[in-house]
Write a protein that binds this ligand. Structure first.
Ligand SMILES: [Zn+2]
Ligand SMILES: [Zn+2]
Length: 241
């Protein structure tokens, strides 16, 4: 089910021994003003772009890439994807854009052990994720893109610059790794993570009316039960201090 609703397309991640994030294309194709949400793990760019083209979407219509956050499983193939759509801007929350521009890759790898493991596995070098960001997001922006309205919400806790994208008319939420299906939430032990902040972020998302939940991993859900995120927040609250 690649089309979740009008103007929202789902390209599933292809997990390896590390997960590969899902990617979403948002915007009505007739607008020729589409956005890619997240990229994915190293070497998954060609697969993602091929899947997007198979939907009949023209790569030249992708005008920007919006990152929910910059963990390796989301940003790993960003350069590969940008190589094919060099005209596309890169939008990231300020808390993760500023370190990236300076070449600080602590959020990308999350922890030192993971950094050395991934650098060995994928032949990555320090500085590989140093990049210029075209627009830094703060949260609270009301984006009019692709003939749709998307609100940017800053939802830190899994990492410090996590954002969600929310479309109120179709009740679509793209929360990155903050909340998943099946009462799961993002981990909160990596660099920049904070359990109490994650709790606040879940409560904030819990106030939204959500029918279509499109997380960074695992199942996507159409027909989300009312109160699902609030329930999930309640279950996790004792651990999020
Ligand atoms: Zn993550
Ligand atoms: Zn992830």
């Amino acid at each position: 089910m690649p089309q979740m609703t009008e103007g929202v397309y789902f390209i599933p991640g292809q997990d390896e021994f590390i997960p590969d994030s899902h990617v979403y294309v948002i915007g009505k194709p007739s607008s020729k003003d589409l956005s890619l949400v997240d990229a994915g793990l190293m070497n998954k760019g060609a697969y993602k772009l091929k899947a997007i083209e198979a939907l009949g979407i023209k790569l030249e219509d992708i005008k920007r890439i919006i990152m929910t956050h910059t963990h390796l499983d989301h940003i790993g193939c960003l350069s590969e994807i940008r190589g094919r759509i060099p005209h596309a801007e890169l939008w990231i929350h300020a808390n993760e854009a500023e370190p990236l521009e300076k070449g600080d890759e602590k959020t990308v790898y999350g922890m030192d052990m993971f950094r050395s493991m991934c650098q060995t596995q994928y032949g990555l070098k320090p500085g590989d994720f140093k990049m210029k960001v075209d627009r830094t997001l703060k949260g609270g922006e009301k984006l009019e893109i692709g003939d749709m309205n998307w609100e940017v919400m800053h939802i830190p806790g899994h990492s410090s610059g996590c954002i969600a994208l929310y479309n109120s008319s179709s009740k679509v939420l793209i929360p990155g790794d903050v909340v998943y299906a099946d009462s799961a939430i993002g981990r909160f032990d990596l660099h920049g993570a904070d359990g109490a902040q994650l709790n606040d972020s879940l409560l904030k998302l819990g106030d939204l009316e959500v029918e279509i939940l499109l997380p960074g991993h695992n199942r996507v859900v159409k027909g989300v039960k009312p109160g699902y995120i609030r329930e999930t927040a309640k279950q996790w609250a004792p651990y999020l201090t």
